[in-house]
Design a binder for this molecule. Structure first.
Ligand SMILES: C[S@@+](CC[C@H](N)C(=O)[O-])C[C@H]1O[C@@H](n2cnc3c(N)ncnc32)[C@H](O)[C@@H]1O
Length: 280
């Protein structure tokens, strides 16, 4: 099951990343539009602001060795490498993303302090305790085993190291998800190759179980909600439509599914959750 899933995720990002970069730039995550989502700003700036806000929320003032789990084409990795003068290793399932991240690092003269590998976050190929910050920006939703995902992050951290994550969640339970909500989520899973998402409280329970300390969570749904309508707008430009057809069916399906995110944020089924934990 994991192999088929990872293959589909790889194919999805191999095919869609060049178009995304051309239309949106190097960041494949939401933007932050102020805590109430009402600040009007350039969408690229909003994506940078999300990284800055996340660092502030997680009180990350410095880092030496960072693991970027689900690094895309290295948007956050290069940003963090530059900001902290840190060594950053990014992992992705997509060889196309990895190659582009390596190329971008060379262009930005950050190739000496960064590395990008094709690797599965559930089986990271690094020695335990190698990192003082494990960063995951919108990759958790793809992980088929959320416990193993956090456990691997825990293992990769040195003592005192921090795990910082932002991910797509469903709303907290109870009440249980209704039939309609489950159907909505199923459609989302299919479009974006997600094995299933959980609530931020469930992530926190896993973090407690693993022994993380100083666990905190929050919900930034309101702050990021303006992002998807902006993506939809950009997707109907002629150049994007041509690019969509070139990228193929999974990308087209992903583009249509944006409405599911908009509706899910609006009706509260889908939430944008954050989690921080420190390894003792
Ligand atoms: C939405 S993109 C986010 C990229 C990046 N964090 C950013 O914000 O620009 C999701 C990323 O998660 C990666 N990913 C999904 N499942 C993974 C896994 N099991 N192991 C490693 N990376 C994974 C994908 O390859 C992709 O790079």
């Amino acid at each position: 099951m994991t192999n088929t899933l990872n293959n589909n995720i790889r194919k999805f990002y191999d095919a869609s990343s060049p178009l995304w970069e051309e239309t949106w730039g190097e960041h494949m995550h939401h933007g932050h539009y102020g805590s109430d989502g009402k600040t009007e700003k350039d969408h690229y700036q909003a994506q940078i602001d999300l990284i800055r806000e996340l660092l502030m929320w997680g009180d990350v003032r410095q880092a030496k060795n960072i693991l970027d789990v689900g690094c895309g084409i290295g948007g956050s990795s290069l940003f963090l490498a530059e900001m902290f003068g840190a060594n950053v290793t990014g992992i992705t399932l997509s060889p196309v993303q990895q190659q582009r991240a390596l190329e971008r690092a060379r262009i930005q003269n950050l190739d000496q302090q960064t590395d990008f590998q094709v690797a599965d976050a559930l089986q990271p190929p690094f020695a335990p305790g190698s990192f003082d910050l494990v960063w995951s920006l919108e990759s958790g939703e793809h992980m088929p085993d959320k416990h193993r995902f956090l456990q691997a992050a825990f293992e990769m951290l040195e003592s005192g190291g921090k795990f910082l994550m932002a991910t797509w969640c469903h709303r907290n339970l109870p009440p249980a998800l209704s039939k309609q909500e489950l159907k909505h989520l199923e459609r989302l899973y299919k479009a974006y190759h997600l094995p299933g998402i959980i609530s931020i409280n469930e992530y926190a329970d896993i973090a407690v179980d693993l022994g993380f300390l100083q666990i905190k969570t929050t919900d930034w749904t309101e702050a990021v909600a303006p992002f998807w309508p902006a993506v939809v707008k950009s997707a109907i430009r002629p150049s994007s439509i041509i690019g969509l057809f070139k990228a193929g069916l999974p990308t087209i399906r992903g583009a249509f599914a944006m409405q599911l995110m908009i509706k899910g944020f609006r009706n509260g089924t889908i939430r944008f959750g954050l989690l921080q934990g420190i390894k003792p």
